[in-house]
Design a protein around this ligand. Structure first.
Ligand code: ADP
Ligand code: MG
Length: 702
């Protein structure tokens, strides 16, 4: 077997800092670094030199094209490729070129991207701007090799039309606010604080040939019909189970591609549902982590095809088994390497950590709806609140040790002890006893403290992780600023810190919940506590119109009221479009595949009944099945007509919130009503006669 040497191949497709230092003249490299540190523009002459080196490096890697890679409000990336070719010279020969201007700025005619009204088609101009804080890299695929330049995307009037611009703004905001707070604690050396983010990515793999026989998977990314297979995930035999050879070969290729692309692919395992898997890289700076998660998603899809499989990133490809999410691990780290979320071994003595923690608790409680919204996408509606994912209610899991400290603050205004982990006795002399963590894990909490980071588990598997990080950075920045203001003139700083922690703990204790987030009791309890329970994407999107949310983003310059309004519109629009595609796909499948197949089957049943009777035998069983199938067929036809009608009505609704609500409350229900009889039919009709592969074929044939 061919050997893989990770250090040797790692980042070979990335124009890394090391490559840059090696290739660029010292003065140019210094100027480039300075422009990043000071947030200043690069002059064109410098950019020209850099672009030229990047071109030579990329061509050395086989690149023929370059593209600005950006993240419009679609959840995925977009790019327009240009080759390096120049106009022919007089003798007919051509050269390659790549200018500083082309590196720094692009002008895609992207009038078709969602803009929530920010960009009418008559003012289609938009700009992509090079993000110098995320490295350029080359990608090898069937199109050849392409140089990719991470960029932010703006409208002609300078409004952000993407995920990256507000993310970078929010990173500046959280850095400034963190530094202000750190100064009060006597930290004079840190100059920047950046969120570190590690995204665990779940996905399904199915056989490509089987996938291609399902129109719902092709158009909607999820099954819209499908009776449960006899076996699901009940035996827990897939979770962490032995990885099947076909999947193992896929994972090997994915890892190699990711390592070459500079993504620190680290963990891989089978997930709970059959055919479900997970991959996680080592955490990185938030901006890089967001970009790399897009690379991970694209790589999973591309490599799956190479193995005659399809990678499903939809949040809920199959009813009845777990859906897929993304865990967004988030912490704050100074440029000197200090993690502000590191509690140390005696957290009750770590006042800076406790205040940071109290601020986060306050922020999450105050903006629970906004945080939930940041994970809203149409597919995620099937997960949040269902029994495998976190509920749609935001709460915080702290673990027994930190919860105990918070309780001490609530009771007495300070804390004097930290619960210790103790020892786990293995009960065997062959196994050494081990020390235990002070806190158990909790898998049902949407926002869980896990050692030295918070893990936000609501994010959907196909969605960008930009939004949750934009929200976390901004809401925590506001809480830090509030705290800094309160502490800046304190006479007795330590006492003031204790008082503030106690105040926040008391005021926002309701958001802390260490119990089972999947239970019905929690839903009741959360309501008593006054916590929002935004069950659907449409409910959640309304939060973007709240006055305090508009004010927050505006105050910090992360999103202007206009930009925010546009995002709200895009979300409503997106919801309606997705449900519309699903409804039309169901109509198509029911009309052209399912009903004709069932009619044919009833014909063969009827023939059988007649033949059996003619032979002088009792055809009661055959006739019984025929009656049952015919009844369900009737139900199907009626439900189909109803779905057709409401889908047509939906198109007539006023665009935006009203239309999204209609899709959510009317069309979505009509889809369920059509699915029910069809799934029953699938259980009765001869498998040979059923017009598409079953759940069993999809989930167990990889
Ligand atoms: P889990 O405990 O959730 O099973 P891991 O400990 O493997 O998972 O971590 C999950 C993700 O969290 C990984 O991407 C990991 O690199 C990332 N991570 C670990 N520590 C931090 C941190 N301090 N800040 C942000 N992300 C982190
Ligand atoms: Mg995790």
């Amino acid at each position: 077997m061919e050997k893989v040497n990770i250090p040797e191949i790692f980042a070979e497709d990335v124009f890394t800092d090391a490559v840059m230092q090696q290739r660029l003249p010292k003065s140019i490299y210094k100027q480039f670094k300075k422009s990043i540190e000071e947030g200043k523009d690069l002059d064109l002459a410098t950019a020209d030199v850099i672009a030229n080196e990047i071109r030579e490096w990329a061509i050395g890697k086989g690149a023929t094209h370059f593209a600005h890679l950006f993240q419009p409000l679609t959840g995925v990336t977009a790019e327009k490729q240009d080759s390096f070719i120049t106009a022919p010279k007089a003798d007919g020969s051509v050269l390659t070129a790549f200018s500083g201007k082309e590196l720094i700025k692009g002008e895609p005619d992207g009038s078709s991207f969602p803009s929530g009204g920010l960009r009418a088609t008559f003012e289609a101009r938009g700009y992509t701007v090079w993000d110098t804080t995320s490295p350029v890299f080359v990608r090898h695929d069937a199109a050849g090799t392409t140089l990719l330049i991470p960029t932010a995307f703006y409208s002609y009037n300078g409004e952000a039309l993407d995920q990256k611009a507000p993310l970078l703004r929010s990173m500046q905001v959280i850095s400034d606010s963190s530094i202000k707070l750190l100064r009060l604690f006597g930290n004079t050396t840190a100059t920047r604080v950046a969120p570190s983010v590690g995204a665990e990515q779940e996905y399904f793999l199915v056989d490509e040939a089987i996938f291609l026989k399902r129109k719902d998977l092709i158009y909607a990314g999820r099954t819209l019909f499908g009776a449960a297979a006899p076996k699901g995930q009940e035996l827990d035999d897939h979770y962490f189970g032995t990885i099947r050879q076909r999947v193992a070969g896929f994972m090997k290729d994915v890892n190699e591609e990711l390592w070459k692309a500079g993504v620190t692919s680290k963990t891989q395992h089978n997930e709970v549902a059959p055919a479900q898997h997970e991959i996680a890289p080592i955490y990185a700076n938030a901006n890089v982590a967001v970009d790399q998660n897009q690379v991970v998603m694209q790589t999973l899809k591309r490599i799956a095809c190479r193995h005659d499989m399809k990678c499903l990133l939809h949040e809920k490809p199959f009813a009845g088994v777990n859906g897929s999410g993304k865990h967004n691990n988030w912490s704050l780290v100074t440029d000197k390497g200090e993690n502000l979320l590191e509690p140390g071994s005696t957290p009750h003595e770590n006042k800076q950590f406790l205040l940071v923690l109290a601020c986060i608790i306050k922020a999450v409680d105050k903006y629970a709806g906004l945080l939930r919204e940041s994970a809203a996408d149409p597919g995620n509606d099937h997960r949040l609140g269902a029994n495998e994912a976190p509920p749609a209610i935001i709460s915080i899991f702290l673990g027994s040790q930190l919860e105990d400290i918070i309780d001490q603050y609530v009771a007495s205004g300070s804390a004097s002890t930290s619960i210790e982990g103790g020892v786990l006795a293995t009960g065997s002399s062959a196994l050494r006893d081990i020390s235990k963590d002070a806190t158990d894990r909790n898998r049902t909490s949407p926002f869980a403290f896990t050692g030295n980071k918070f893990e936000f588990r609501m994010v959907g598997s196909r969605d960008s992780i930009a939004s949750p990080n934009i929200v976390l950075n901004t809401i925590v920045a506001e809480a830090f600023d509030d705290a800094s203001e309160r502490l800046s003139n304190a006479e007795d700083f330590d006492a003031a810190v204790d008082a503030l922690i106690a105040e926040y703990a008391k005021a926002h204790k309701r958001i802390i919940f260490n119990g089972d987030g999947y239970s019905d009791e929690w839903v009741v309890e959360a309501e008593k506590r006054g916590l929002p329970n935004l069950k659907t994407m449409v409910d959640a999107t309304e939060v973007l119109g709240d006055a305090d949310v508009i004010a927050l983003f505006n105050k910090y310059g992360v999103l202007s009221p206009t930009e925010l309004k546009a995002r709200e519109e895009v979300k409503y629009e997106n919801y309606g479009k997705v449900i519309n595609i699903e409804a039309l796909t169901m109509i198509d499948m029911a009309t052209k595949q399912i009903i004709p197949a069932v009619i044919k089957y009833t014909k063969s049943l009827a023939d059988t009944v007649l033949a059996v009777k003619a032979a002088g035998c009792d055809a009661a069983v055959q006739a019984g099945i025929l009656t049952e199938v015919s009844e369900l067929l009737k139900e199907t036809k009626a439900a189909l007509a109803a779905l057709e009608q409401v889908t047509a009505e939906a198109a007539q609704q006023e665009e935006g919130k009203v239309q999204a609500r209609f899709y959510n409350e009317v069309v979505f229900k009509a889809m369920d009503a059509l699915r029910a009889p069809v799934d029953k039919l699938e259980m009765i009709v001869d498998k040979e006669a059923w017009p598409m592969p079953s759940y069993g074929d999809l989930l167990f044939e990889v």
